[in-house]
Design a binder for this molecule. Structure first.
Ligand SMILES: Cc1cn([C@H]2C[C@H](O)[C@@H](COP(=O)(O)OP(=O)(O)OP(=O)(O)O)O2)c(=O)[nH]c1=O
Length: 194
């Protein structure tokens, strides 16, 4: 089975490699816009969009069985959905809202597999609860100056300098970083047994 990761995220690449997969990386340029639904539906929809884009592009050139992996991550807080910030001001607004509170991180994953003549699709999501300590405005500003928030959903990376502000998490840590690798592994294993 050949695996194709439909993502430009270096964290997703690292997590998949750590888990022992060998794979190609083929980022999707699919337009990321799905609105007005629950966070779970949004991340699943966006993951499916990315996976489908790369599946369609790969189909003509693949001579062996293959699986495309697409993923998307958002932060949700009391009905608000937070993606990547567009500028430093927005990053400050997001982090100020999340400080001293608990929010949810959703990652959706879509697997599209071609086995023989048959196509199989699986889409799922994983939700992790994350609680921040109180964070002062000065601390937030100095974190934002590092540039770390800008490519991350919710404006923070749990795996970087912001780690000192994480009080508690409930659920899969890797899901927060961008890929629920354990669930992904088990879903793939089930898929390949069919
Ligand atoms: C909350 C959080 C998010 N993130 C990252 C994971 C994702 O890369 C990013 C959310 O953006 P995504 O749109 O999910 O992914 P991406 O644009 O990086 O890559 P692609 O669309 O090509 O798959 O935020 C962290 O690295 N750490 C965190 O703690």
């Amino acid at each position: 089975m050949k695996y194709i990761l439909a993502s430009a995220s270096p964290r997703r690449k690292e997590l998949l490699a750590q888990a022992g997969f060998t794979f190609d990386v083929c980022p999707s340029g699919a337009e990321e816009r799905i609105e007005g639904e629950s966070p779970a539906k949004i991340v699943e929809g966006l993951a499916a969009l990315k996976a489908r884009d790369i599946f369609d592009k790969s189909l003509g050139s693949m001579t062996e069985d293959f699986t495309v992996i697409g993923a998307d991550t958002v932060v949700a807080y009391q009905g608000e959905i937070l993606g990547k910030p567009t500028d430093q001001e927005e990053a400050l607004a997001m982090l100020s809202m999340l400080a001293d509170r608990t929010h949810q991180v959703y990652t959706g994953v879509c697997l599209i597999q071609m086995k023989g003549e048959k196509k199989y699709t699986r889409t799922f999501h994983v939700c992790t609860q994350v609680t921040f300590y109180p964070v002062s405005r000065e601390e937030l500003l100095s974190y934002i100056r590092t540039g770390d928030p800008m490519d991350k959903a919710g404006s923070y990376g749990i795996q970087g300098p912001f780690a000192v502000h994480i009080k508690e998490i409930q659920g899969d840590y890797n899901n927060v970083v961008g890929l629920p690798i354990a669930k992904l592994y088990h879903e793939l294993r089930e898929m390949e047994e069919i």
